[in-house]
Write a protein that binds this ligand. Structure first.
Ligand code: UTP
Length: 296
């Protein structure tokens, strides 16, 4: 155990158009929408750092420059805070800042699909396994999803995909995996299918937006043709890779919120607000009243 090459880098593809969240995403990237008081991307970066990731790779696009600014020093703001002796706020800001040289940004000039966005990171990632975190999916659980995946990877090596259980009626909305024998604390993935027709899903385990992939995926994505939605699909590339490499499933025991969709984003705000000791007392009762008024 532990003989597998270390996962040091994490890729965050933030170049999508976010059309499900228009008009908000016309001028603000969906990754910068706030859940309680932090942009969505901050939750995802924190999950990667908690898992021991050492280098952050952002695949950005037009109009996403604000993400780069968010992870940089805001000199004027910090100067003003210093002058006003706002120590707590300064500490908060310095906590967000990645160490110098720890973050890389590259551009996907055209949003040709998730598979293409991942391929854009090939030179920065190089020839080593990497984590991939979809930056609009945020998670709540006892243990960070990527942390648990790296623990499984230390046993299994190969590629790892995180999955979560959904109601069988909902399986047609997701990417679903087939479940095989145990590998370490996870299981062998025997197949993957995007949005299976109702009643045909091989299991209720859906892919929740977290992956550990071997670098061989890049040469596959290089020649990957457009698939569903006329986009270069990561799943198509992973299916090809699965012909020569193992994929293990990591069963994440928690809850994922798809913040790229309005309902998921609203639920994330409610769920994370209710977890906060400073916010819950003033939110819980009015929320209950709102729900009661709806019933009445
Ligand atoms: P999504 O399909 O959820 O994102 O892709 P989208 O295309 O921005 O959203 P909608 O469907 O139009 O609302 C999953 C992730 O892959 C990134 C997105 O930014 C998102 O985080 N992505 C997608 C890219 O970086 N490039 C692409 O070409 C497509």
């Amino acid at each position: 155990m532990g003989q597998h090459r270390k996962v040091r880098k994490a890729v965050f593809p933030v170049a999508g158009l976010g059309t499900r969240f228009l008009p908000a995403t016309k001028a603000v990237p969906k990754e910068m929408l706030t859940v309680v008081d932090k942009p969505v991307i901050q939750y995802v970066v924190d999950e990667a750092l908690e898992a021991g990731i050492e280098h952050l790779v952002f695949v950005t696009g037009r109009g996403k420059g604000v993400i780069e600014d968010y992870f940089d020093i805001q000199y004027e703001l910090e100067q003003t805070l210093k002058e006003r002796n706002k120590k707590a706020e300064l500490t908060l800001l310095s906590g967000i800042l990645p160490k110098a040289g720890m973050a890389s940004f590259t551009r996907q000039q055209e949003p040709l699909g998730l598979g293409h966005a991942v391929w854009c990171a090939r030179d920065i990632v190089g020839d080593e396994p990497f984590a991939l975190l979809l930056p609009d999916m945020i998670m709540r659980g006892e243990k960070g999803c990527m942390k648990g995946m790296i623990e499984l990877y230390d046993q299994s090596g190969g590629n790892v995909i995180a999955v979560e259980e959904c109601h069988p009626d909902q399986a047609h909305k997701y990417g679903i995996v087939g479940v095989g024998d145990a590998i370490g604390s996870g299981f062998r993935i025997t197949g993957m299918v995007e949005k299976p027709a109702k009643g045909t899903a091989p299991s209720n385990f859906f892919i929740n937006g977290r992956y550990i992939l071997q670098p061989e995926i890049f040469s596959i994505l290089e020649t990957q043709e457009r698939g569903a939605g006329n986009e270069i699909q990561l799943t198509d590339g992973m299916l090809k890779l699965a012909a020569s490499q193992d994929f293990a499933g990591y069963h994440f025991k928690g809850e994922t919120f798809d913040c790229g969709a309005k309902d998921g984003f609203i639920l994330a705000n409610v769920a994370f607000a209710l977890e906060r000791a400073d916010i819950r007392p003033t939110v819980e009762e009015p929320l209950k009243q709102l729900l009661a008024a709806l019933k009445g």
